[in-house]
Design a protein around this ligand. Sequence first.
Ligand code: SF4
Ligand code: SF4
Length: 375
Amino acid sequence: MNELKLKDLYDGFRDPKTIKALKNLVDKEAAKFPGKINVMEVCGGHTHTIMKYGLNQLMPENIDFIHGPGCPVCVMPKERIDHAYILSLQEDVILVTLGDMIKVPGSHGSLQDARSKGADVRFVYSPLDTIKIARENPNKKIIFFAIGFETTTPMTAALLEHVTKNKIENIYFHINHITVPEPMKVLLESNDCQIDAFIGPSHVSVITGSKIYKEFVTKYKKPVVVAGFEPVDVMQSILAIVKQFNENRCELEIEYSRAVSNDGNIAAQNLINKYFTKATHFRWRGLGDIPDSALRLRDEYSNMDAEIIYKNILPNEKIDDHKLCICGDIMRGVAKPNDCKVFGKACKPSSPLGSCMVSSEGACSAYYKYGNLIK
Ligand code: SF4
Ligand code: SF4
């Protein structure tokens, strides 16, 4: 598809007139509702849409967006970043990872810092690019530091499938794939929970199907609307949520029906199940230890598991964040980035103290970027 056609496709979802019309409808519905509605957008991609298009400023007084833990970089605890750092500094290792991971500070520094100490750290757009690196470096151990929610797990599974089928012997895996529903439950069960409804992550739902959110409406009685990433998608989803409150309904709706179904992508789910099983727990930055909230390689693939192979040099103790950083409260939806004392001062994208400022999906980075703070 050429660029012009892609633009045509998106234009309708960003049309100011449509957004304005939806704002008027949201205002009318919200005026009928006597209380306040806090809507958590779980996913960092939605936080960016909200801030980029100023949707938070279009909301009536009684509707507020609160930001969630849906950015794989933001929720990665320091000890796992230290794992990547330590592995990258092994003499015969090339460490491969995705996106913003390279900039997140661990307790010794970031992967970028490791690079300046001589580590060979490569950044790829797709896990499958690791194959080329392995082929070109037959005498090196290539460790793929896998991160991400249900969205990126199928790509890691596809890499595993290629590695096993083609008997590639120099690719290893450090798995940090996490799952969305478990932290959402932890947030709902916490004493200071302020969440009234959810905007469900869309990319995750394309893979898993909307069925993973059923429990939130049946057991926890919180409406969930799975939304696309365009501003019109988010406005439509807010309208659907307020309507549910006014009509005393609590339902799971799919606004993003152009890509999401109830069952999701079954082929991708099967591929994931072939290689992964649930890890007993994962320590989320800001949220603590959450049982069953991550995946690990199945035992039959432990010969490729860098965490097992290098277990003697990888620390396991919990490492706390910078004491001024309140990313944890932000990801639990009980604080906003500008509640942080060092936001935009000691902590900026050029000198981040926490990963919410590093990641392009992080709430602090979105507030900084779209709150006119970039000089
Ligand atoms: S992978 Fe996509 S859906 Fe998941 S948190 Fe990131 S942007 Fe949101
Ligand atoms: S502004 Fe920086 S220090 Fe404060 S919460 Fe965000 S990332 Fe953490």
